[in-house]
Design a protein. Structure first.
Lengths: 115, 115
């Protein structure tokens, strides 16, 4: 079965550079979530999109922005990178179904290293 | 908001021995409950989930978890661990609110399996 695709899998950037992470949800999934997992930490929710609109927002820095496109893929844009942004970034997707929990399926993650 | 506590940061268990990982949650009602496993450098794999019904749920890889409302717990168990079970385990909760599907994760428990 098709899974969530994230690209790139690994990314190395310098401080103050920008980075773009991409997420391709499972076909027919309309909702995308982004999580950040710092070294030795639990994943923290950043932001989510449903039908190309932001649906929820967590602890996402103002330096980060994200959007969901017409084909439902999503991009997380990170500017003015800091050392503390080094983390594993997970994308998850789900299909909206009213009245029940919309289970999330996680991608393999993008490991961002900021030097 | 919901929150999750995993009291054990690190557990070491002998191969073939039983394993139990603790998870306590805080939420005004019964949340959606999940256990994920993460091998080093890898993504999150869903082991099992509890939405409603039978409080003992079976998952993949021989894992099971029991929901206890009175204790606000969702402990993960495996009768006989294999060396391949060495990984980090995350308990997660989702709110029972429409339009709020983000997951809140516990800090994780690292499991080491000794021969």
């Amino acid at each position: 079965a098709a899974g969530v695709i994230q690209s790139p899998r690994h990314l190395i950037k310098e401080k103050r550079e920008t980075a773009t992470l991409k997420c391709y949800p499972i076909p027919r999934h309309d909702t995308v979530y982004w999580y950040q997992q710092g070294p030795g930490q639990d994943p923290q929710f950043l932001i989510s999109f449903y039908e190309k609109m932001q649906s929820d927002k967590g602890s996402i820095p103002d330096r980060f922005s994200a959007q969901q496109f017409s084909d439902y893929h999503s991009e997380l844009n990170m500017s003015s990178l800091e050392l503390g942004d080094s983390a594993l970034y997970f994308c998850a997707s789900s299909r909206f179904t009213s009245g029940t929990y919309n289970e999330q399926f996680f991608g393999p993650g993008t490991r961002l290293t900021v030097l | 908001a919901q929150s999750v506590t995993q009291p054990d940061i690190h557990i070491t268990v002998s191969e073939g021995a039983s394993l139990e990982l603790r998870c306590n949650y805080s939420y005004g009602a019964t949340p959606y409950l999940f256990w994920y496993v993460q091998s080093p450098g890898q993504g999150l794999q869903l082991l099992l989930k509890y939405f409603s019904g039978d409080t003992l749920v079976q998952g993949i890889k021989g894992f099971e978890a029991e929901f206890k409302r009175s204790q606000s717990s969702f402990n993960l168990r495996k009768p006989s661990v294999h060396w391949s079970d060495a990984a980090e385990y995350f308990c997660a909760v989702g709110a029972r609110r429409s339009n709020d599907y983000k997951l809140s994760f516990g800090a994780g428990t690292t499991v080491t399996v000794r021969a």
